[in-house]
Design a protein around this ligand. Structure first.
Ligand SMILES: *Cc1c(COP(=O)(O)O)cnc(C)c1O
Length: 422
């Protein structure tokens, strides 16, 4: 389908072709990225992009909703079944908007929220200072215990008792360990707070039953649909029936206008894909690959925050290697290993040039890579670190990475032929 674009807009077509080549000719280690299926891709590129559907099924503001109502109901039902939730809202444009909607559904501007601080692995929208969430709400931030890299639930409870937040947010964007949502739920209940859990990163592991679901312990669960869940770029809210009306109102008309129906359609497709034994096997392999990668990195003398991983991601503390996160991520990119620099708990350096590097295995696992390839990737990363100022050695790693890429092809709809090369 995409090749037809060449006739209409050769300039953009060529850029898409280059991006497809980049995605296939490099190892994608950014834990929030993945490769969607052909079905998801087709649904998100469909005629549903043409339709305005402000409102909800049966309660729309424009006519012509004969089909969109059926699609949205299907997406809602599939999401509810997959997450065993009483209510699902599949309209949020992204995880960030989903979080805002969760807060506005439950509390008022000026109320206190308590979330994980960004340098300790939290998301911007959990009340970090540059996020609008810290301007609208009074934000209190908890941290991980820097000595262990893990949550100290007693300390979090003390902080909650001291500040009496209206919402406690659990969930993270760079936390390599399993999160005990049940304890967060209890702490919130004890201080009279709502519990909003954000499983943007680990949703795929939750639906596969690898990590315990936060649904029974949360007032609202927020997630993205495009990370481990492997759907289109979007957001979703799950909640108890008692909060359903408030959640729906907060999304529309509170924060958004018309939902992106093409995304919603693709979310429906992705939810069905995630509800299969194949997806469970995929999610299990994601974690096995992350553990294999972590083990090997430890053997090479890398320090890992918390000493390892329980999920799909790894956070390297590069301080003992005397390489900044930025320098490492940029050198790896030249070797076709695409990761992102990241802060580590109590990072002495700023987020623009932090001391850490974040790695994840969702995308390589979609390509079919297993533990042996994860170990090979650890060796590549080590070679880059050992030769950080040696450009020809880095280039050599890039050639080996390309060879690995050619053995584990991306889904075929990601390959766009270059007519000059055929
Ligand atoms: C990625 C992420 C989000 C935001 O998702 P966007 O779709 O980028 O807005 C929110 N919360 C957490 C924990 C995330 O990791």
């Amino acid at each position: 389908m995409i090749t037809a674009l060449e006739q209409y807009d050769p300039q953009i077509y060529e850029l898409i072709r280059q991006e497809a080549a980049r995605q296939s000719g490099s190892i994608r280690l950014i834990p929030s990225e993945n490769y969607v299926s052909k079905a998801v891709m087709l649904a998100s590129g469909s005629c549903l992009t043409n339709k305005y559907a402000e409102g909800y099924p049966g309660k729309r503001y424009y006519q012509g909703q004969q089909v969109t109502d059926l699609i949205e109901k299907t997406a809602q039902q599939r999401a509810k079944k997959l997450f065993k939730a009483e209510h699902a809202n599949v309209q949020p444009y992204s995880g960030s908007v989903a979080n805002l909607a969760a807060y506005f559904a439950l509390i008022k501007p000026g109320d206190t929220i308590m979330g994980l601080s960004l340098p300790h692995g939290g998301h911007l929208t959990h009340g970090w200072k540059v996020s609008v969430t810290s301007q609208i709400f009074n934000s209190v931030q908890y941290t991980v215990n820097p000595a262990t890299g893990r949550f100290d639930y007693n300390r979090i409870e003390e902080l909650a008792k001291k500040h009496k937040p209206k919402i406690i947010i659990s969930g993270a964007t760079a936390y390599p360990r399993e999160i005990d949502f049940e304890i967060f739920g209890r702490i919130a209940r004890d201080v009279g707070a709502y519990h909003v859990s954000d499983i943007a990163h680990i949703a795929g592991l939750v639906v596969a039953g690898i990590h315990k679901s936060p649904v029974p312990y949360s007032d609202i669960v927020s997630t993205t649909t495009h990370k481990t869940l492997r759907g289109p770029r979007g957001g979703m809210l799950l909640c108890k029936a008692e909060h359903a009306k408030k959640v729906d109102k907060a999304v529309f008309p509170g924060l958004q206008g018309g939902p992106h129906m093409q995304t919603l359609t693709a979310i429906a497709v992705a939810m069905a894909e995630a509800d299969t034994p194949e997806f469970v096997a995929y999610a299990k392999q994601v974690v096995k690959n992350a553990k294999a990668l972590a083990e090997k990195l430890l053997e090479y003398g890398f320090n890992l925050v918390s000493g390892g991983t329980d999920n799909h991601l790894i956070l390297i503390d590069l301080q003992n290697k005397n390489i900044s996160g930025r320098k490492m991520a940029e050198a790896m990119d030249r070797a076709r290993l695409v990761a992102n620099r990241n802060t580590i708990p109590d990072d002495p350096n700023p987020p623009s040039n932090p001391s850490g590097l974040r790695l994840g295995t969702p995308a390589i696992t979609t390509r079919g890579m297993k533990e042996a390839q994860a170990e090979q990737i650890a060796a590549f990363i080590n070679k880059v670190a050992e030769n950080i100022d040696n450009e020809s050695a880095i280039e050599k790693v890039g050639k080996e990475v390309l060879l690995l890429c050619s053995q584990f092809t991306v889904p075929e709809h990601f390959i766009i032929p270059n007519k000059n090369s055929i």
